[in-house]
Design a protein around this ligand. Sequence first.
Ligand SMILES: Nc1ncnc2c1ncn2[C@@H]1O[C@H](COP(=O)(O)OP(=O)(O)O)[C@@H](O)[C@H]1O
Ligand SMILES: [Mg+2]
Length: 231
Amino acid sequence: MNDVALEFENVTCGYGDTMVVRSMSGRVSQGSVVAVVGRNGVGKTTLMKTLAGFLPVSGGSLRWRCADLAALAPHERLKLGISYSPQENVVFGDLSVNDNLWLHLRERRGERYEEMLREFPRLKERLAQAAGLLSGGERKLLAFARTMGLGACINLFDEPTEGVQPENIDRMARLIRAHAEAGRSFLVVEQNLSFVEKIADEVIVMDRGEAVVSGKMSDLGRATLERYLQI
Ligand SMILES: Nc1ncnc2c1ncn2[C@@H]1O[C@H](COP(=O)(O)OP(=O)(O)O)[C@@H](O)[C@H]1O
Ligand SMILES: [Mg+2]
């Protein structure tokens, strides 16, 4: 499948007058998984916030199936099928796990979360508990389950595996691959290179606000990524 779902070209963005991301380009095709990797502080989260609509685009263009996205607010992008799972503050601590899952939906009906609750029994056991009682990794898992269950066409994940138990990271990878095979698209910022290897069709390496290399995961290989990240 080669239909381009999300495309950004020469995107420059940041905070006020300070531009953090400079001239970044990328595209996510329908049914594919693109990973963004880079050291801390290079601008990955800033890029994701801009794609989701929480920061303005200061230069360049942002398109979704050829429609210009730049002027649309986050909730309008969500309506078009672009969902975003941020790096931090991923759940509402005062609300139950179940309320966090259904928060964005008008009707609490159907089986949209059944697959996630089957894969992550830990969440199922704790549906009635306040999300604030979950560990950091469990909160990430809850945010992951919510975004996956929403069923958006394109899913922006910012470091989804941070603090998550290894066996659950493997399940996340399997779910992302299965949903990509079914035609959904993913743009995933990630530090965990084993996870990147499992999920990514393509990788963009960022450094100091710019893409320094990008290509197919199978062409680049893990050693190349490690070299760029200087692990
Ligand atoms: N709210 C903010 N206001 C001003 N500068 C910020 C803000 N958030 C992040 N930055 C700066 O932007 C740069 C990139 O941050 P970020 O996008 O979070 O990087 P990454 O996600 O790659 O670790 C950093 O230098 C950081 O200090
Ligand atoms: Mg970040």
